[in-house]
Design a binder for this molecule. Structure first.
Ligand SMILES: [Fe+2]
Length: 377
């Protein structure tokens, strides 16, 4: 990934990365300003599983409007237990508090899908990071019985997730209790998004039968000397279908509006911040743009964010499901699994799985997602 230093700077523009391209937007003020959002809409999700189609359609209309106008919205009263969310945050805090060499047992290089622990990298000189960011990731892994309701892994499948069962016996259960509820919520949201596009409620289910799921938690341990409030995650647009972000205590998310003004997204505990990414940009024919966002914070605070990334099945090829408003998207087809492998090869050139794949000398067109979980010869 490009560092912030790679982005140009001009005080009259905001620069950001969108699908690996640097783009910019002029800052518009006074009479040049356009009508745009100045806050993030709050939508009550309590009717999402209502038996009444009309109630689900009302919710869909609100969500569709927010996706079109902003690309970000809060969902309050979601069908995810606050206790389970708290237990997941607590379990993660306990994991990050483990001694360094214990965490290193679960290093991402042990997993072909790069799930597990990413240590702080002191050589990471990205502005604001101060080298102080560690992460833990888990995602789709059908060798885990907790995911057998979604799919059972075929024989010979390699496990992808790593669990600190020896040190924290409740960790896996706490993370999975949360994951399972958020997964069901996300699957239902796909149907609400379908209604929001004016489609049959089940019209998008074909893309999400065995979806990509990914929880990657970034933990920023406090840096006592970093007292300035500044950008700690560079401006970008999300790649996937949508993200369900849980925030606790310290947030810092900011979203870019059409006038290139950063709009803050304060923490609402036990609610989700939802944003649509580039896959929904394509599925919606350009109606729902993947909105630029960044994170600002003080480095001396202890911050953890808990995002759940949701994308179509790796075997799926997506395309606009409604007439495209954007000519550039009209004939575009994107294969999710191939893009995932290509992204991994670009982002993690030193990962053992990536090196192995490169050594095979395949063309990008030959990549399949199964290569991650089936042993490579
Ligand atoms: Fe993001």
């Amino acid at each position: 990934m490009a560092s912030l230093e790679d982005l140009p700077s001009d005080p009259n523009y905001v620069y950001f990365k969108s699908v690996d391209r640097v783009q910019c937007r002029p800052i518009l003020t006074g009479e040049n300003a356009k009508p745009t959002f100045e806050s993030i809409p709050t939508i009550d999700a309590s009717q999402i599983f209502s038996a009444d189609l009309e109630a689900r359609k009302i919710l869909a209309e609100e969500i569709g409007q927010a996706a079109k106008d902003v690309g970000f919205f809060y969902l309050v009263n979601p069908p995810v237990s606050p206790d389970k969310m708290d237990a997941a945050f607590d379990a993660l805090a306990k994991f990050f508090a483990l001694p360094h060499d214990v965490k290193m047992k679960y290093h991402v290089n042990n997993s072909p899908a790069a799930k597990g622990f990413t240590p702080v990298n002191p050589a990471d000189k990205r502005k604001g990071f101060g080298g102080a960011r560690e992460a833990f990731g888990m995602g789709n892994d059908y060798t885990n019985p907790e995911q057998h309701a979604i799919k059972v892994a075929p024989a010979g499948t390699v496990p992808l997730n790593q669990w600190p069962d020896d040190e924290l016996p409740e960790f896996r259960q706490n993370v999975y209790s949360y994951f399972t509820e958020v997964y069901l919520f996300a699957k239902k949201l796909v149907q609400i998004f379908a209604l929001a596009l004016g489609l049959e409620e089940t019209a998008l289910d074909q893309f999400f039968e065995v979806p990509f799921t990914d929880i990657t938690i970034n933990h920023y341990p406090p840096q006592p000397d970093e007292t300035e409030y500044k950008q700690v995650l560079y401006p970008h647009a999300d790649y996937g279908a949508f993200t369900l972000l849980a925030q606790r205590k310290i947030g810092g998310l900011e979203v870019l509006n059409a006038n290139a003004i950063w709009v803050k997204v304060p923490v609402i505990e036990h609610a989700f911040v939802v944003n649509t990414g580039s896959y929904f940009e394509l599925i919606s024919g350009g109606r729902w743009r993947s909105t630029i966002h960044r994170v600002c914070a003080k480095g001396n605070t202890d911050r953890t964010s808990l995002p759940f990334f949701f994308s179509p099945s790796p075997t799926t090829t997506i395309y606009p499901m409604v007439p495209a408003e954007d000519e550039g998207l009209k004939d575009l087809h994107r294969n999710i699994g191939k893009e995932h492998i290509r992204g991994m090869m670009a982002d993690r050139p030193t990962h053992p799985f990536v090196k192995k794949l490169k050594a095979l000398g395949l063309r990008p067109d030959d990549y399949t997602y199964e290569m991650v979980s089936q042993p490579l010869v």
